[in-house]
Design a protein around this ligand. Structure first.
Ligand code: EPU
Length: 417
């Protein structure tokens, strides 16, 4: 089993270049099958979620060329097939093939998606939206059969601004007859990225990035090109490391507006940053002030950075409150932070964090992707050696994390034991 071994306490200096966003690329790849020609994606991160999606495209007999961050997906000979459980279970985003296959073939047959165990994560908004567009949905155990004679545009109101449902319904609607309006749509930057590709392919989508998205169905989508946006969660993770251990650590290739909520919290906590030309330069401040953090949908504080920033709160002076509001079970890292010496009390869904408390390295687990990121941050900070198991979760979402951290002075390696 692969583990990450970190000898903590090293200062971090130099530059880290942020890769393309996981949560964009995992939707852009399924979106590509809507083309009848070829789609090119630039700045594609080499993470295991990308590989899992390539496997699905190849199962459908699409051709993928992936070199030096550029992915060309040729969908001319693509066929509709059942996506088996072993592939759909590898990641959450396999569910984007529901919307994409339904849109293209009016028939999708696949199994329930996988992904991090951070809550119940139902897909009822996706299913209800497909039904509103005229599809029928049969559920046999874990398998979904979604079909329609014709997909028709519809007015769809989401009970919650779900990222996955917004994207999946956009995918289904681009080739439907007539106009679809998605109300209370998610506004995350990844949604704009997906809409940009679809519009480049010939779709007619307006309003992406706002809470009302309008999609006028078209008959055909052809070739398209897009740059995957920089990963704001990867950037945030390294920025938090900079606030704890940075000595002029520069995080490059960021989009400042995507990180506003994080920057605002860090400033409140006393972290000084110098932001210019898609870079942020950050150093550890003399003292961190306690702060309260409640995760929200964009542009609020992102749930994906909740676990990483809770490590920073353990080093802030006074009592900080941390509340995760999107998922009911995104606290897997807390018991390991406690094991490392953090003073945290979890009552219902609020973590009360008393700081600063010194952390000591020990054996910990990455219970999910962002809990794993939190463990890496804690390990870098802790005195002594931290050994993290279940690191497959981390490698699903952070490209070359070991190499990137080693290059700025961290003592981190992967061992096989
Ligand atoms: N929800 C429902 N029904 C649905 C869909 C969602 O009840 O049909 C609930 C979920 O259970 C959750 C909330 O709505 O409580 C938000 O879920 P959302 O659909 O927005 O999340 P997602 O699409 O499953 C994506 C990212 C997550 C990220 C969230 C929020 C992908 C593959 N995943 O998940 O990323 O946390 O949006 O921004 O894009 C991660 O990167 O670590 C990660 C978990």
């Amino acid at each position: 089993m692969k583990k990450l071994v970190i000898n903590g306490g090293k200062k971090l200096s130099g530059e880290i270049k942020i890769s393309g966003a996981k949560n964009s690329v995992v939707a852009l790849i399924p979106a590509a099958i809507l083309s009848d020609e070829e789609v090119t994606l630039y700045n594609v991160p080499d993470i295991s979620d990308t590989k899992a999606l390539i496997d699905i495209i190849e199962l459908l007999e699409g051709k993928v060329e992936y070199t030096d961050e550029t992915m060309k997906i040729d969908t001319r000979r693509i066929k509709n097939k059942v996506i088996p459980e072993n592939l759909s279970q590898k990641l959450r985003a396999s569910y984007y093939f529901m919307g994409a296959l339904l849109s293209k073939y009016k028939y999708a047959e696949m199994y329930f998606p996988g992904g991090c165990n951070i809550g119940s994560r139902p897909i009822d908004f996706h299913i209800n939206g497909f039904k509103r567009m005229g599809a029928t949905v049969e559920i046999e155990g874990n398998k979904y059969i979604i079909k329609a004679k014709k997909l028709k545009g519809a007015d769809i109101y989401l009970d919650f601004a779900s990222v996955g449902a917004t994207i999946n319904l956009m995918l289904a609607a681009v080739k439907a007859n007539g106009t679809t309006n998605i109300y209370n749509a998610a506004k995350e930057p990844e949604i704009v990225n997906i809409a940009t590709l679809l519009n480049n392919m010939g779709a007619k989508i307006t309003g992406a990035g706002t809470s009302e998205i309008k999609i006028i169905g078209v008959d055909k989508l052809s070739s398209g090109v897009v740059d995957v946006i920089p990963d704001r969660v990867e950037a945030g993770t390294y920025i938090i490391m900079g606030a704890l251990l940075g000595n002029d650590l520069s995080i490059n290739n960021i989009i400042e507006e995507h990180l506003d909520a994080l920057f605002s919290k860090l400033k409140e906590m006393g972290v000084e940053m110098y932001i210019k030309s898609n870079k942020v330069l950050i150093s550890k401040p003399k003292e961190l002030k306690a702060s309260n953090i409640k995760t929200q949908v964009f542009p609020g504080f992102p749930t994906d950075l909740g676990q990483p920033i809770s490590v920073l709160l353990t080093q802030a002076k006074g009592m900080s409150l941390f509340e995760e509001t999107i998922y009911e079970n995104r606290y897997g890292h807390i018991k390991y932070l406690q094991k490392m010496g953090a003073e945290i009390r979890l009552a219902d869904r609020v973590a009360m964090i008393q700081g600063p408390s010194p952390l000591t390295g020990c054996d910990v687990e990455a219970t999910d992707l962002r809990a794993g990121a939190a463990m890496v941050i804690a390990g870098l900070l802790a005195k002594g050696t931290t050994k993290i198991s279940k690191i497959d979760h981390i490698l699903r979402g952070y490209e070359n994390i070991v190499e990137k951290l080693q290059a700025v002075g961290a003592d981190i390696t992967i061992v096989d034991e």
